[in-house]
Design a protein around this ligand. Structure first.
Ligand SMILES: Nc1ncnc2c1ncn2[C@@H]1O[C@H](COP(=O)(O)OP(=O)(O)O)[C@@H](O)[C@H]1O
Ligand SMILES: O=C(O)[C@H](O)[C@@H](O)[C@H](O)[C@H](O)COP(=O)(O)O
Length: 220
């Protein structure tokens, strides 16, 4: 049993506190009005990765999006090994070698949910990391929460009970590679309200944008 599985067994539904709900903790991500929306125009169910640096709001928005879409939610934090968590807790950024098995595990989770749709929050900072996720789950759409680094630092500094120190935000920002034109996804302003961001995602889908059908519509 992985750390993620163990967490999932005990995790509450729909929590957005440190770590958030683990893989499979979601089932459908809770919520009163959790009607599965499916893909735009009756297309495939959404398979969404909410990406961005630590503190951008991935977990919070991912939970809200999963709830709104009526889809399972998983937080990539729950796929980290204990060694990864210890390393970040010491203020040492993960490297590619640390991240690859983690990304493959998240990709496997996405692949397992490709038919019904799902939402994952995962930093997915580099193109090469997103390539790993896309290789496992070709229909995935990335929702990048981007914006003011000062707001990101403020959020991480104010967050309690999370292993990620504020000192690692600069490394996260330096590592971040924005979505490229051929990567299906959208960019949203992390400074907007959570429900506003959910609405912005839904509006982008309704417009038939990059996440409006899958796979493979590039551009934004
Ligand atoms: N859109 C938002 N507006 C205001 N605060 C937010 C928003 N999204 C997240 N937060 C807050 O910012 C902090 C970091 O959010 P979190 O979802 O843990 O980010 P991440 O998963 O990207 O590290 C949390 O305290 C959360 O409540
Ligand atoms: O690739 C990484 O270095 C980590 O995955 C990192 O990006 C992630 O952000 C941490 O797990 C902190 O968790 P939060 O992003 O939820 O703050």
């Amino acid at each position: 049993m992985t750390r993620a599985d163990r967490h999932a067994a005990a995790a509450p539904l729909g929590s957005v506190s440190s770590g958030g709900p683990g893989p499979e903790a979601g089932g459908p991500a809770g919520g009163e009005s959790a009607a599965p929306l499916g893909g735009a125009g009756g297309g495939p169910a959404p398979l969404v990765v909410v990406m961005g640096v630590s503190g951008s709001g991935k977990t919070t928005v991912g939970v809200a999006l999963g709830r709104r879409l009526g889809l399972p939610f998983a937080d990539a934090d729950e796929f980290h090994s204990a060694a990864d968590i210890a390393k970040m807790s010491r203020g040492v950024p993960l490297d590619d070698g640390d991240r690859m098995p983690w990304l493959r595990a998240i990709g496997a989770w996405l692949a397992g949910h490709a038919a019904g749709g799902a939402v994952v929050s995962c930093s997915a900072l580099k193109r090469s990391y997103r390539d790993v996720l896309r290789a496992a789950a070709p229909g995935v759409c990335f929702v990048h929460l981007d914006g003011d680094p000062r707001e990101v630092r403020r959020r991480v500094a104010g967050r309690r009970g999370h292993f990620m120190p504020e000192s690692l935000v600069d490394s996260q920002l330096a590592t971040l590679e924005p979505l490229e034109a051929d990567e299906p996804g959208i960019v949203l302003d992390l400074g907007h309200g959570v429900e506003e961001l959910v609405e912005e995602y839904l509006a982008a889908v309704a417009r038939g944008g990059p996440c409006g059908g899958r796979p493979g519509r590039g551009g934004r």
